[in-house]
Design a protein around this ligand. Structure first.
Ligand code: 3HC
Length: 288
């Protein structure tokens, strides 16, 4: 039975996943390398939970939910975890370090999940001695609002672990999509990156402007955001990371420099306050 969930990485995705777990009644531990990151995550979770409480969407008081979450720079809080979710940047070596540490500290029964957007789950599992208990559990930004969770077994993951993870996603009030195996980009990011490739092609060839592509996405495709706006929202560094993993793993590449140029300029989108659009408070999305 899962009682405590530990989230490693308190950034854009990690803090949201921790919030979702606490909203679903689990005890939660959040681990990151610095108290600056942890305090920022604490503030963002509080702001979001209070917003939901004030809208009458919670059955409990905001402070009771927040009291279920502990924060620490030490992995000691993973000692009694039943399930861990890693949400650190998309770097295989970094993720392997996290999994090796979790493997040493978390109890033997604990399942270790990764929120990776595109890295093969098997490569991460190989950093542990419990490969059959390692799985992909991919949330979408913002985790508190987005219903989809992709559950991705690796070639090592046991059927039981996959079933438990699918059940956990349902307990977290999400709609799980269970993949048969770890295809590059899973389901949604394969489509997402292809949309961004086409959007880039249209703009760089001079056929359309960024604003025209985004207006078509919002008003014809009925997406909640334009494609460049969504790229800003996800983070342009994340987009480039996923793009690189997909093309390395066989997805045909297209000529496009827009996303890489923004990353080279250190304009990463909402998180830095500037990407294809500008955001007055870095880290906070406001409609463009
Ligand atoms: N906590 C609590 N409530 C929140 C919230 C949060 N963090 N963020 C938004 N909300 C609520 C708002 O309060 C508002 O509620 P209301 O309708 O009751 O007033 C509602 O959500 C809508 O928010 P806003 O009015 O601020 O803004 P929008 O209507 O533009 O919605 C959005 C914002 C929910 C982000 C919407 O634009 C959206 O769904 N965008 C698409 C997001 C998406 O596609 N995400 C997936 C990206 S891909 C990914 O993550 C995978 C990775 O691997 C790359």
């Amino acid at each position: 039975m899962i009682q405590k969930i530990v989230v490693v990485g308190a950034g854009t995705m990690g803090h949201g996943i921790a919030e979702v777990a606490a909203l679903s009644g689990f005890r939660v531990g959040v681990i990151d390398v610095s108290w600056d990151f942890l305090n920022r995550a604490k503030d963002r979770i509080k702001e979001s939970v209070v917003r939901l409480y004030e809208k009458g969407q919670l059955k409990e008081k905001a402070e009771d939910i927040l009291a279920r979450i502990e924060f620490n720079t030490s992995y000691d809080i993973a000692k009694d975890a039943d399930f861990a979710i890693e949400a650190v940047p998309e770097n295989l070596e970094l993720k392997k370090k996290v999994f090796t540490t979790l493997d040493e500290i978390a109890p033997p029964h604990a399942i270790l999940a990764t929120n990776t957007s595109s890295i093969p789950i098997s490569d991460i599992a190989e950093a542990t001695k419990r490969k059959e208990k390692v799985i992909g559990m991919h949330f979408f930004n913002p985790p508190v609002i987005m219903k989809l969770v992709e559950v991705i077994p690796s070639k090592y993951t046991s059927e039981d672990v996959t079933n438990i993870t699918v059940d956990l996603a349902k307990k977290m009030n999400k709609i799980p999509v269970r993949l048969k195996y770890e295809i590059p980009g899973f389901v949604s990011n394969r489509i997402f990156i292809r949309l961004l490739q086409e959007a880039c092609r249209e703009v760089e060839s001079g056929e359309e402007t960024i604003e025209e592509v985004d207006s078509a996405a919002r008003n014809k495709l009925k997406l909640p955001m334009g494609l460049f706006e969504l790229a800003d929202y996800v983070g342009l560094d994340v987009v480039v990371d996923i793009w690189n993993v997909l093309t390395t793993r066989g997805t045909p590449d297209v000529k496009c420099s827009m996303y890489r140029n923004k990353v080279n300029e250190k304009n990463l989108g909402v998180k830095t306050g500037k990407g294809f659009y500008s955001y007055p408070s870095p880290g906070k999305y406001s409609k463009v």
